[in-house]
Design a protein around this ligand. Structure first.
Ligand code: PEP
Length: 263
């Protein structure tokens, strides 16, 4: 049975002091041990969040990592620098693809680095509105998955607990979410590609999250889809009640899946 995961991306929000306070509040308000909760604050707030969530079960992630281990890369952060601060990493977020020119080839290198370094990767994929309107959403997303995972050992992906987040670009930060059924169809398509290029067992065990304007009010639509295993949450993850509601909704699904698998 795949786990339910709610991964918060705070983007470029919160000072270390704000982040520690918010993380503590969210930890207390979303205490559902059957859901994997991850908070990805800005790099500068990783230590503060790590300390604030110690003992709560919340895990900490970085929003990006450099593909090289060290060197003349001004302003960048390497995987070894994250040791002791983060155990997860978001790769290929659409805002980095848009603002920092990240390509699938670069995400592929970052993924290899994350695996070497023992970070659990969340690889983000998603189509533009023009792709969806042109009926090319699945082609674009499966192409991204192929390119991001190309040449990487399936055993290493399995050992690291690879997660894929389907995040249609037109739904991120816009208040316009996809439909649950569309997210589920894309999750199925992603698993078909992973089965083909890696192994059917990796595909079957692969958590696929939906991201794009998820809120406490709409989370159940996604979690009600058996192919969708949680959410990547941006804007709503900065609000205690939203996070509490989203995690509570995921917990209901986790309990229902457990009951279904038991009986
Ligand atoms: C995101 O940052 O990946 C995201 C899904 O943001 P939001 O929830 O704000 O749409």
């Amino acid at each position: 049975m795949r786990p339910l995961i709610v991964a918060a991306n705070w983007k470029m929000n919160t000072t270390p002091a704000d982040a520690a306070a918010l993380a503590g509040i969210i930890a207390a308000a979303s205490d559902h041990p059957d859901v994997i909760r991850v908070i990805c604050p800005p790099f500068l707030s990783l230590a503060a969040v790590r300390d604030a969530v110690a003992g709560t079960g919340i895990e900490v992630g970085a929003q990006n990592v450099h593909q090289e281990l060290a060197g003349a890369y001004t302003g960048e952060t390497s995987a070894p620098m994250l040791a002791g601060l983060a155990t997860w990493v978001i790769l290929g977020h659409s805002e980095r693809r848009r603002d920092a020119g990240e390509t699938d080839a670069l995400v592929n290198r970052k993924l290899a680095r994350a695996l070497d370094s023992g970070l659990r990767p969340i690889v983000c994929v998603g189509e533009l509105l023009a792709d969806r309107d042109a009926g090319r959403a699945e082609e674009v997303v499966t192409g991204q998955v192929r390119a991001c995972l190309a040449g990487i050992d399936p055993d290493a992906l399995a050992a690291a607990g690879l997660v894929v987040a389907y995040e249609p670009v037109w739904a991120i930060g816009t208040g316009r979410n996809a439909r649950g059924a569309d997210a589920a169809a894309m999750a199925d398509a992603i698993r078909r590609v992973v089965a083909e290029m890696a192994t059917p067992s990796l595909a079957e065990s692969l958590p696929v999250l939906y991201g794009g304007s998820v809120t406490a009010a709409n989370a159940a639509e996604f979690f009600g889809e058996p192919a969708v295993d949680g959410a990547r949450v941006g804007g709503a993850s900065l609000k205690r009640d939203e996070m509490a509601g989203i995690v509570a909704s995921a917990s209901l699904t986790a309990a229902a899946r457990l009951a279904a698998s038991a009986g």
